[in-house]
Design a protein around this ligand. Structure first.
Ligand code: ADP
Length: 565
C-alpha cells in the first residue's frame, strides 16, 4: 500500500485478525456518541490542544468515532493517517512533523486480547513539548476509551440477546396463535357433531318415551294379575330405606288397602316365635345377599285371622349395577300348612297311641325271654331276642315321628346347660359299640371341650350320625369320631368308609323325609327324618350342620356349635 510515511509497510502482519477483532466491536462507521465525545473533549482540555480524535484503523481507512477540532472530517485514507503508524506499537507515537500540523501524539487502543484497533490522539498547530508523564496520561485516557468500547459492546450483546429473546417469544406467540386457531376450528367441528348427537338423542328419547308407555302398560297388567292372584309384593329401597308394600300385601296382613302399612307394622303382626327368623332372613339378604325364603304365621291387623305366609325375595341391582333394592313376593299357604298340621297331628297321635302297646309288648317279650332262659330253649331265646331288637327299632322310629311333630308344632324345648362334650361322646360311642357287630368304631383323642347346650338333643344328633354311618357302610369298615375347636366353635365329626352320597343328594339330605334312592339304600330301613331332626336341633343351638362326601368314597358328617365361654 502506498503511504506518506517513511515506514515501508504500515500494515502489521496480523492485520486480517486485527480487522476481524475491530469488526467484533461493531463500532467502525457508526454515528458519534456522547461518551466518546466527552473523553475526546477532556483529553483536548488536559493537553491544551485544539484537536483530539478517537480513531479506528480499518482495512483502507481510518474512521473517527470522536472528533474534537476537525469536526467535518469523518475519516481519512489509512495511508495518510499517522494513527495507522501509531497502531504498529503499544507505545505512544509522538511526531513533530505531521502533515499540515506541528504536533501529533497517539496512544493505541489495545483490546483485552492485545489487538490495537485504533488510537486516542491529540494534534496541535503549534510545536509542543511532550514528557513521559504526558505519555502515561494519554495511555490512561486511551484505556478509558477502550473500556468505553468494551462497555458499549456488552450493551450491544445484551440488546441483541434481548432482541433474540423477543423474537423467540414472538415465535412462541405465533405457534400459540396457530394452535388456538386449530383448537377453535376443532371446537367448531365438535360443536357440529354435538348438534348431530343431540338430534340423535332427541330421537332416542322419543323412542324411549314410547317404550316407557308400553312398559307402563305391561307393568300395570302384571300388577293386575299379581293383585288378582292374591300375591303380595314389596319393594325396599336400600338407599332411602323406604318400604313400599303392594295392596295385596296389605290385605295379607289384615290392613285395608287405603291404609299405610310400614315394615314395623308387619313385624308386629308376625307370630312371636317366627319374628326373629324373619328379621334374621331379611338382614341376611340385605347384608350378605342370601336368598330370602321364609315361612311364618301372622295375625291380621283388623280381622285377627291367623294366616300362614311364604315370602320369597332377593337383592337387586339398578341399571348402573349398584345394589339398590330388596324386593319379592308373599303368598298365603295357610291351606297347605293346615293340611300339614293335620297330618302332623295325626302322625303324633298315632305314634303316641302306638307307644303304649309297644311298651307293653316289650315288657311281655322280656318276660318270655327270662322264662325261656330258664327252660334253656335256645330257639325261643334267639327268636325273642330278635323280636326285642325289632321292637327297639320300632320305638326309635316312633320317637322320631313324635319328635318331628313336636318340633314342627314348636313344642321342642331346649334345656341348655354347660357340659363336658367328651364324656357324652364316649358314652354314645360305647353304647353304639355294644349294639353293633363288625364295625371298628374309634373315638379320636380330643382336648376337654365344654359347650352350653341341651345334652340329650346333642346326644341324639351324634347318635343319628353314628347309626347312619353303621347303616350305610360295610360291616368291617372303620368309623372315626372326632371333636376339635375351630374359631370359637366346637366341631364334631363322624367319618365312615361307606357308600358315599351324590352331590345332588347332598343338597337335600337334611330335608324332611328325604332319602337317597339307590340300589343300596333301598334295602336299608328308614324314613328320612333323622338328619332333618339333627339339622333342626343344631340350628336351634346357633350351629351348623354339613357333610363332605363323594359317591362310593365314604362320608364325613359334621356339626359345630359355639364354644361355652
Ligand atoms: P334315614 O332314616 O333314611 O336314614 P336320615 O335323615 O338319617 O334318614 O338320612 C337321610 C338319607 O341320607 C338316608 O336315607 C341316606 O340315603 C343318606 N345318608 C345318611 N347318612 C349317610 C351315610 N353315612 N352314608 C351314606 N348315606 C347316608
Amino acid at each position: 500500500m502506498d503511504n506518506s510515511f517513511e515506514i515501508n509497510n504500515i500494515i502489521p502482519e496480523n492485520d486480517q485478525e486485527r480487522i476481524a477483532v475491530l469488526k467484533r466491536y461493531k463500532i467502525a462507521n457508526t454515528p458519534a456518541e456522547q461518551a466518546f465525545d466527552n473523553v475526546a473533549k477532556l483529553t483536548a482540555q488536559i493537553f491544551s490542544v485544539p484537536i483530539a480524535l478517537i480513531s479506528l484503523v480499518d482495512t483502507d481507512s481510518v474512521f473517527y468515532k470522536a472528533n474534537i477540532g476537525m469536526e467535518k472530517i469523518k475519516s481519512v485514507a489509512r495511508a495518510q493517517s499517522l494513527c495507522s503508524v501509531a497502531i504498529l506499537d503499544d507505545k505512544v507515537l509522538v511526531s513533530d512533523q505531521p502533515t499540515g500540523y506541528k504536533f501529533y501524539a497517539g496512544a493505541p487502543l489495545i483490546t483485552n486480547d492485545g489487538f490495537r484497533i485504533g488510537t486516542l490522539c491529540i494534534v496541535d498547530t503549534k510545536s509542543k513539548s511532550f514528557f513521559p508523564q504526558d505519555e502515561e496520561i494519554l495511555k490512561g485516557m486511551a484505556r478509558i476509551v477502550m473500556d468505553e468500547i468494551e462497555l458499549r459492546l456488552t450493551g450491544i450483546t445484551e440488546i441483541v440477546s434481548t432482541r433474540q429473546l423477543l423474537t423467540a417469544s414472538q415465535e412462541e406467540q405465533q405457534t400459540l396463535n396457530e394452535e388456538l386457531i386449530t383448537t377453535v376450528e376443532e371446537l367448531a367441528a365438535s360443536n357440529e357433531e354435538m348438534l348431530i348427537t343431540n338430534e340423535a338423542l332427541a330421537a332416542t328419547h322419543k323412542a324411549l318415551n314410547t317404550k316407557v308407555k308400553e312398559l307402563q302398560k305391561s307393568e300395570e297388567m302384571l300388577r293386575f294379575s299379581i293383585e288378582s292372584a292374591n300375591v303380595g309384593t314389596w319393594y325396599f329401597d336400600l338407599e332411602t330405606e323406604t318400604f313400599t308394600p303392594s295392596l295385596s300385601l296389605k290385605k295379607l296382613f289384615g290392613y285395608r288397602t287405603d291404609e299405610e302399612m310400614t315394615y314395623q307394622d308387619i313385624l308386629v303382626q308376625i307370630s312371636e316365635n317366627y319374628r326373629n327368623k324373619v328379621i334374621a332372613a331379611a338382614s341376611g339378604t340385605i347384608y350378605k345377599g342370601a336368598n330370602y325364603n321364609v315361612e311364618f304365621s301372622a295375625t291380621g291387623f283388623h280381622d285377627q285371622k291367623l294366616r300362614w305366609l311364604k315370602a320369597i325375595g332377593k337383592l337387586d341391582h339398578d341399571t348402573n349395577g349398584k345394589l339398590s333394592h330388596f324386593s319379592g313376593v308373599v303368598i298365603e299357604i295357610t291351606e297347605q300348612k293346615q293340611d300339614e298340621i293335620r297330618k302332623n297331628d295325626f302322625i303324633a297321635m298315632v305314634s303316641h297311641e302306638l307307644k303304649t302297646p309297644l311298651t307293653s309288648l316289650k315288657g311281655y317279650i322280656q318276660l318270655l325271654t327270662s322264662k325261656a332262659k330258664k327252660t334253656e330253649d335256645p330257639f325261643t331265646i334267639s327268636a325273642l331276642e330278635r323280636g326285642n331288637t325289632q321292637i327297639t327299632k320300632m320305638t326309635a322310629m316312633i320317637n322320631g315321628f313324635l319328635n318331628v311333630s313336636r318340633l314342627e308344632a314348636g313344642k321342642i324345648h331346649l334345656d341348655k346347660q354347660p357340659f363336658a362334650l367328651n364324656q357324652l361322646m364316649h358314652d354314645i360311642v360305647d353304647e353304639i359299640i355294644m349294639t353293633t357287630q363288625g364295625h371298628e368304631i374309634i373315638m379320636l383323642p380330643a382336648a376337654p371341650l365344654t359347650i352350653n347346650a341341651d345334652a340329650d338333643k346333642i346326644g341324639q344328633v351324634l347318635n343319628n350320625f353314628l347309626s347312619n354311618a353303621v347303616k350305610y357302610s360295610p360291616l368291617t369298615s372303620r368309623i372315626e369320631v372326632a371333636a376339635i375347636e375351630i374359631d370359637g366353635m366346637i366341631q364334631v365329626s363322624v367319618k365312615d368308609e361307606g357308600m358315599g352320597i351324590n352331590p345332588e343328594d347332598i343338597e337335600r339330605l337334611f330335608d324332611r323325609f328325604y332319602r337317597v334312592e339307590n340300589q343300596h339304600a333301598q334295602n336299608i330301613s328308614g324314613f328320612g327324618i333323622g338328619l332333618y331332626l339333627c339339622a333342626e336341633i343344631v340350628n336351634r343351638h346357633d350351629g351348623k350342620i354339613w357333610v363332605n362326601s363323594e359317591n362310593g368314597n365314604g362320608s364325613t358328617f359334621y356339626f359345630s356349635i359355639p364354644k361355652y365361654k
